[in-house]
Every structure is written in structure tokens, then in C-alpha cells.
Design a binder for this molecule. Structure first.
Ligand code: NAD
Ligand code: HSE
Length: 348
């Protein structure tokens, strides 16, 4: 049985959910041939904690808001991300700090420090993948480590893995989807009569929204995800700036009601297609779709991606696109992939 030591960088909704899953059942993954032990945690609000023998995760999860790690052996009120990532006895770094859509920092540095130290990384953070994905993949390869990011698109619903593995023998001509749980949830609640602000507050309480929810309703979250899908699935080399983006803030309750009268529903759709000239065109825009559109009935924080393929026609995957536990599951998917890679190294 292999034990992987984890460092959790950013102890918010997602990494707390991962810690909770490990705490609830430390043998949860034994049937896969590994166990997980949390040896380091950092967070802006709490500082840093490193305990090589394993952190009592239940105690840390129960700490009151505003408490720092200073009181614990190996604890400090200071956030020592670089030292923790490079020097703690972690094998795998789970990066779940805020997404920064402008330059991907500080998460990109967190990922880089880990890979430079030969440590594999799992992240749910879209910034490093959308803005620096190619460079980070190269850095991982150069250092014999894995850079894994299943949760960057559709949280725990395995859209990237599906495309990379099961759909590998197809040509994917394009993709379109509902890629933001918060805005889909918000539109649904506005259809039920809530104001935009009330609906956003609900999405925040559910743990769906970004730290700054304007990223969700303004479209930049989907812009990053479309960039990732275009680059990963269509072999493009685009940046978020290449994705023409409009969010849902311009849709009023009146727009929603008039669309409903015509049998239509608003959806924020992200898409990327390769044109006849070989160029990939990607965009994000709200659309009033008719009831028979494949994305019309995707509810709440559920997401969906339709792949337009040569041999299978349209293949659609749908599932949770946000949520703490749902996104922690993406970290687990990545850790399983890292474990598979470790086993291959032993067998080579
Ligand atoms: N919540 C979801 O449904 C979901 C789904 C998919 C992807 N994501 C992505 O996962 C990441 C984490 O999401 P979350 O919901 O846990 O966010 P969150 O806001 O609940 O937690 C982020 C945590 O990171 C900490 N942090 C920020 N900067 C830091 C730094 N420099 N060093 C250490 N800690 C730092 C914050 O204090 C906070 O506790 C985000 O990038 C988000 O875009 C979230
Ligand atoms: N805030 C994002 C989380 C998933 O990236 C959403 O609502 O879809």
C-alpha cells in the first residue's frame, strides 16, 4: 500500500472538502492501492501548518473562523507557500487558491514551485491551466512530475479525462456547453422570480461561486474554461483574450419572461469550433435557446459539454459543474491518475 503525503494550498471550500473526505474514511482509497495523509496546509487566513507525521485533519476542520495555525506544533500565522511547497514532506500538492483570470497568480507560482521540486500537482484552479498550461506541462515533463487539472472544467464531472482517453480515437470538431454552475443556477432562480443579486447570494452560500462572483456572471470563468477546452481538445493555442466574451449581467427578468413566452430559455454557452480555414474560434455568450436544444434543460449548477465528433456525431456529458465535494472529487480523480503514473514508473 502506497501512502501519499498531501500539501493543501488554500484551505477553502474545495480543499476542506478533500480533507473532510480523508478524515471521514482514511481507508477510502485502499482498494485502489493507496492512502492519503495530509502533512501540510496553508491558507491566507490561517497561515501554515506542517506536520510530517500527519495533521489531525478533524481538529483543523473544527477550528473557529479567525483562528490561525500558530497554536500547533509546526504551525505559523504566516503563509509560507514557497517553503511549504518546496520543502515539506509532501508528495502531491493540491492547489485550490483563488482563480486569477488576469495572470493566474499566485496559483501559477504554486504549481511551478511544486513541479520544479519534482512534486506532482493537482489543481482545480483555471488560471494556471488557461494562461500557462503548455509551459507547466513542459515543466512537469522535465521534472518527472504530473500536472493534473481535471477540476478546472466541470468540477468533478470528468470532461477532460473523457476526451483524453475514451474519445482519443475521434476527431473533435468543436465543443459547446454550459460551463458555469453559478450563472446557470442564477438564471434558473431568476426564472423563478428572484433578483440577480439574491440569486448570486444563494449560489455563494452553496459554494458554487468564485471568490469574486463577477467572474461567474460576467463570463470570465467560462472564458478560461473555453480556452482550456479549445487548447486541450482542439489543439489550439489560444489565450482567454482570444475568446469573445459576454456574461449574463445584461439579461433582465423581462428578457427571461419574454423568452419563456416564446418557449425559450436563456443559457450562458461557451463554444469553440475549428473553421474550414483551420482556425479555432471560441466565444462565450448568453443565448435564448428553444426547448429542443440539447442544453435547454440543464438545471441549477449542473453543467454539460457536447462534443461534435467525426465518428460518433454529438456526444454530451452532463454532471455537477460546481460544489465543494463535487470539486474535491476532481482532486481525487487527479490523485488516482498520479498514482497510476507512479505505478508505471515502478514497472518500467
Ligand atoms: N467551488 C467550486 O465549485 C469550484 C469548482 C471548480 C473549480 N473551483 C476552483 O477551485 C479553487 C478553490 O475554490 P474554493 O471554492 O475552494 O474557493 P474558496 O474561496 O472557498 O477558497 C480559496 C482559499 O484559498 C485561500 N487563498 C487564497 N490565496 C491564497 C494564497 N496565496 N495562499 C494560501 N491560501 C490562499 C483563501 O484564503 C481561501 O480560503 C478556485 O480556484 C476555484 O476557481 C472551484
Ligand atoms: N464558480 C464556478 C466553479 C467551477 O469552476 C462555477 O460556478 O461553475
Amino acid at each position: 500500500m502506497r501512502t501519499y503525503n498531501l500539501a493543501l494550498i488554500g484551505f477553502g471550500g474545495v480543499n476542506r472538502a478533500l480533507a473532510q473526505l480523508i478524515d471521514e474514511d482514511p481507508t477510502r482509497f485502499s482498494h485502489l492501492g493507496f492512502d492519503l495523509k495530509v502533512v501540510a496546509i496553508t491558507d491566507l487566513a490561517m497561515g501554515s501548518l506542517v506536520q510530517a507525521d500527519g495533521i489531525d485533519v478533524g481538529t483543523v476542520l473544527a477550528l473557529r473562523r479567525g483562528t490561525t495555525f500558530e497554536q500547533f506544533p509546526g504551525g505559523s500565522a504566516t503563509v509560507n507557500n514557497e517553503t511549504v511547497i518546496r520543502e515539506s514532506p509532501a508528495d502531491i500538492i493540491a492547489e485550490a487558491t483563488f482563480t486569477n483570470p488576469i495572470d493566474g497568480e499566485p496559483a501559477t507560482s504554486h504549481v511551478r514551485w511544486a513541479l520544479e521540486s519534482g512534486k506532482s500537482v493537482t489543481t482545480t484552479n483555471k488560471g494556471p491551466v488557461a494562461l500557462h498550461g503548455e509551459a507547466l506541462k513542459q515543466l512537469a515533463a522535465d521534472n518527472g512530475a504530473v500536472f493534473a487539472y481535471e477540476g478546472a472544467v466541470l468540477s468533478g464531472t470528468p470532461v477532460l479525462g473523457l476526451a483524453r482517453h475514451q474519445l482519443a480515437g475521434l476527431t473533435i470538431k468543436g465543443v459547446q456547453g454550459i460551463l458555469n454552475g453559478t450563472s446557470n443556477y442564477v438564471i434558473g432562480r431568476m426564472e423563478a422570480g428572484l433578483a440577480l443579486e439574491q440569486a448570486v447570494a444563494e449560489a455563494q452560500a452553496e459554494g458554487y461561486a468564485e471568490a469574486d462572483p463577477t467572474a461567474d456572471i460576467g463570463g470570465s470563468d467560462v472564458q478560461l474554461k473555453v480556452t482550456i477546452l479549445a487548447n486541450e481538445l482542439l489543439g489550439a493555442s489560444i489565450t482567454p483574450a482570444d475568446v469573445d466574451t459576454t456574461g449574463i449581467t445584461g439579461i433582465s427578468a423581462d428578457d427571461i419572461i419574454s423568452a419563456a413566452r416564446e418557449g425559450k430559455r436563456y443559457k450562458l454557452i461557451g463554444s469553440a469550433y475549428r473553421g474550414e480555414d483551420g482556425r479555432v474560434v471560441a466565444k462565450v455568450a448568453p443565448n435564448a435557446v428553444s426547448a429542443d436544444h440539447p442544453l435547454a434543460n440543464i438545471p441549477g449548477a449542473t453543467n454539460a459539454v457536447s462534443f461534435d465528433t467525426d465518428l460518433l456525431g454529438t456526444v454530451t456529458i452532463t454532471g455537477p459543474g460546481a460544489g465543494r465535494i463535487e470539486t474535491a472529487f476532481a482532486l481525487i480523480t487527479d490523485i488516482i491518475a498520479i498514482h497510476t503514473r507512479e505505478k508505471e514508473k515502478v514497472n518500467v
